[in-house]
Structure formats: structure tokens, C-alpha cells
Ligand binder design. Structure first.
Ligand SMILES: Nc1ncnc2c1ncn2[C@@H]1O[C@H](COP(=O)(O)OP(=O)(O)O)[C@@H](O)[C@H]1O
Ligand SMILES: [Mg+2]
Length: 352
């Protein structure tokens, strides 16, 4: 179903992404593929459909829920859980795992009869057969253990030619800073990777998508509501899907669905503010109000806070918001984040 809110897994449910699937297939032998694009653009869906169609065993390691300063044990835990869930494909490897241990800060996966196994050795084992290892929202691998993981990836890049790694990332700057392909100090520096950027739907494609989705559900929607949705959701498939699904479930008023969507975006931004500080809320509000230069934002923040903000701190905040793919050149990449930013600051002020 086109308006199913979960990530799609079958080609017939994935609308208008033939070219992206083709590009992934064409670059299947690239050792590293990076799929980028803002949240809800359809990265996980494209990845899943692709992996379901390609005739190579694969795992998707969902690292979204790793804690901020995850330990290697956390990481191994997710990895072994993922391998276990693909018992059918990785039975030989899973049979080998007997326990995960932490010894003096070092983590070992114990493998029956083989002693301790490190991440590079695990990759060597996977390499016995052609395999794809995908990390969904790979920027979450940033943190104190990232060097170990990058070293293992660099090892696999050099020696394990049967493994293709795929990373997706909504926070594009953060994902690239984790991978460090342009950072001379990173283990992956200079390694080739194929990048697939997922773009929003054009207005025409978005309209076709909504029409196809409603047709599939056998419901008529008036022209005006469709127009409103097209203007507001700006071709972002996840929001269009949300709209279609909510309409189908019963909320027939556009304004109602719009509010629900903005509230979802608001929750996501609140997490950014919680993690990074209240100043982010003020800066986001300034940009949402249309302050489109560094100087104007600085003035706005200082007026609100009643004191000066250092240039480097403000530059940092703006750069981080860019790395998080929330803004680019003082514009919001997702119009709902702009709406949410206005509400965010009210919530923030009320809590003072
Ligand atoms: N091309 C598409 N066709 C149909 N539904 C889509 C498409 N792209 C995304 N979706 C829907 O949009 C939502 C977000 O997609 P998802 O793949 O989770 O995005 P991302 O991983 O980029 O955040 C999901 O409900 C998914 O089903
Ligand atoms: Mg995703």
C-alpha cells in the first residue's frame, strides 16, 4: 500500500524511485555506498526494496537507538542481534557466537572454538561469501568508539572484497564527518565511495503519488485538499504518506493533519534542543522568522537573551544545524521544521 507509514519493502509500494534503485544496482560492487537525504525522503524504503531484490545476502544494522556515547558492547549487541534476525542467511556465523564479554574495557564476542573475535575478524568471516552490510542512519556511529569501527571498516575495505557496505544518513554532514573520507586523519580517508542523494518529489510526481495512493484506497479527495497538501509538504514522500494515511484513517480536514505533522516535527526538534541546548531553539526561531544572515541571527539572539553571544558559539550552532540537515544557507530543508521552529520557541519560553 502506497500510504503505509512503515518503510516500504516491495517495489510495487515504492513510488517513483526506479532511477535510484537502478543506480544502486549499477554500483553494487562499490565497496562503500552512502545514501543521503533529509528525514522522510525515503532512504530506508529505497534501501529495503533494493536489498530485497538483489540476490545477495544482506543485513541492515539499525543503529538509530544506540546511546549517544555507546560502548563497543552496545555496538556488538546490535550487530549480533541483527545477525541473529537473519538466521536463515547467516546461520554459520551465528552458530559461532556464544557470548559477548567485556574484559578490562575491551569487548569480545566469543566464538565457539575460536576464542575472541574482533570486528575486523567478524568482517573477515562475513567475507567468506558475497554479502551486503548496511547501517541505517550511520551518523549514529559517531562517538568515542568510532575509531575502532572505522579501522575495522578500513580493514574490510582493503581485504574483504566480498563485502559491500551501505550507509544511510539523514544528518548528512554528521554522517560524512563520521566516515571521514575527506579527513586526512580518518582511517577511511581517500577511500572511494558511491553517493546516492535522494531528492524530494517534483510537484508533478508528488501529485501523481497522492492520486495513485488515494486511488488504491478507493477514496475521492477534493482538488483543494490535494493542492493544500502539495503546497505544504513540498514533495517530501514521508509527509505525503503521512497525509494520505491520516486522511484515509479519518481526519478529513487538512488543517488537522497539518497540525499533527507539525507536532511530529516539533518533537524531533525538541530532541535537538534537549541534546544541544536551548540556544538552538532561539536560533531556529530566528531563521524561521526569516533572519537570513549571520549578523541578523546574532542580533536576534542577543536581543532575546539580553546579552552578547560569541561569534564562534553562534557559528558552531549554525554549522551544527547544517550538519544535522535541518537548514542550508539559512533556509529550512523541510518546511515542517520551519513551522515547528516557531512553536518550539513558544514551548521553550513557556518553560522558563
Ligand atoms: N517512494 C516512496 N513511495 C511510497 N512511500 C514512500 C516513498 N518514500 C518514502 N515513503 C514513505 O515515507 C515514509 C518515510 O520513508 P523512509 O523510507 O522511512 O524515509 P527515511 O529513511 O529517508 O527517513 C515512510 O512512511 C515510507 O513508507
Ligand atoms: Mg530511515
Amino acid at each position: 500500500m502506497l500510504f503505509d507509514p512503515r518503510p516500504k519493502t516491495r517495489r510495487e509500494d515504492l513510488f517513483g524511485r526506479e532511477r535510484e534503485l537502478e543506480n544502486l544496482a549499477r554500483n553494487i560492487d562499490s565497496p562503500i555506498t552512502v545514501i543521503t537525504g533529509i528525514r522522510r525522503i525515503g532512504k530506508s524504503s529505497i534501501l529495503s526494496v533494493f536489498l530485497n531484490e538483489v540476490n545477495i545476502p544482506s543485513i541492515i544494522v539499525d543503529v538509530r537507538n544506540l546511546p549517544l556515547n555507546y560502548s563497543l558492547k552496545d555496538f556488538y549487541h546490535v550487530l549480533s542481534k541483527t545477525l541473529s534476525s537473519r538466521m536463515d542467511r547467516f546461520i554459520e556465523i551465528i552458530k559461532g557466537i556464544s557470548s559477548i564479554k567485556v574484559l578490562g574495557g575491551e569487548v569480545e564476542i566469543k566464538w565457539k572454538g575460536k576464542g575472541a573475535l574482533s570486528l575486523p575478524l567478524l568482517f573477515d568471516l562475513l567475507n567468506r561469501k558475497r554479502v551486503i552490510v548496511a547501517f541505517d542512519e550511520g551518523q549514529k556511529l559517531r562517538g568515542p568508539r568510532s575509531t575502532e569501527i572505522l579501522n575495522a571498516l578500513a580493514h574490510a575495505y582493503d581485504y574483504d572484497k566480498n563485502i559491500t557496505f551501505i550507509f544511510t544518513g539523514s544528518e548528512v554532514g554528521l554522517l560524512y564527518s563520521f566516515l571521514g573520507v575527506n579527513d586526512t586523519k580518518s582511517p577511511l580517508y581517500g577511500r572511494y565511495h558511491y553517493n546516492l542523494t535522494i531528492e524530494r518529489f517534483s510537484r508533478d510526481l508528488a501529485e501523481d503519488f497522492l492520486k495513485a495512493g488515494f486511488k488504491e484506497l478507493n477514496i475521492e479527495v477534493n482538488r483543494e485538499t490535494i493542492e493544500e497538501a502539495l503546497s505544504f509538504f513540498n514533495g517530501i514522500p514521508g509527509w505525503l504518506t503521512f497525509f494520505g494515511n491520516e486522511y484515509y484513517k479519518g481526519s478529513k480536514r487538512f488543517a488537522l493533519i497539518k497540525d499533527m505533522a507539525v507536532n511530529l516535527a516539533l518533537e524531533e526538534l525538541e530532541n535537538v534542543v534537549k541534546e544541544r541546548g536551548k540556544r538552538y531553539a532561539t536560533v531556529l526561531r530566528a531563521i524561521a522568522l526569516g533572519e537570513k544572515s549571520w549578523g541578523k541571527i546574532k542580533r536576534y539572539v542577543e536581543e532575546k537573551e539580553g546579552s552578547t553571544i560569541s561569534s564562534s558559539i553562534l557559528s558552531n550552532i549554525i554549522r551544527n544545524l547544517e550538519d544535522l540537515s535541518v537548514i542550508k544557507d539559512y533556509n529550512f530543508l523541510d518546511p515542517l521544521y520551519k513551522e515547528a521552529s516557531l512553536k518550539l520557541s513558544y514551548a521553550y519560553r513557556n518553560s522558563l
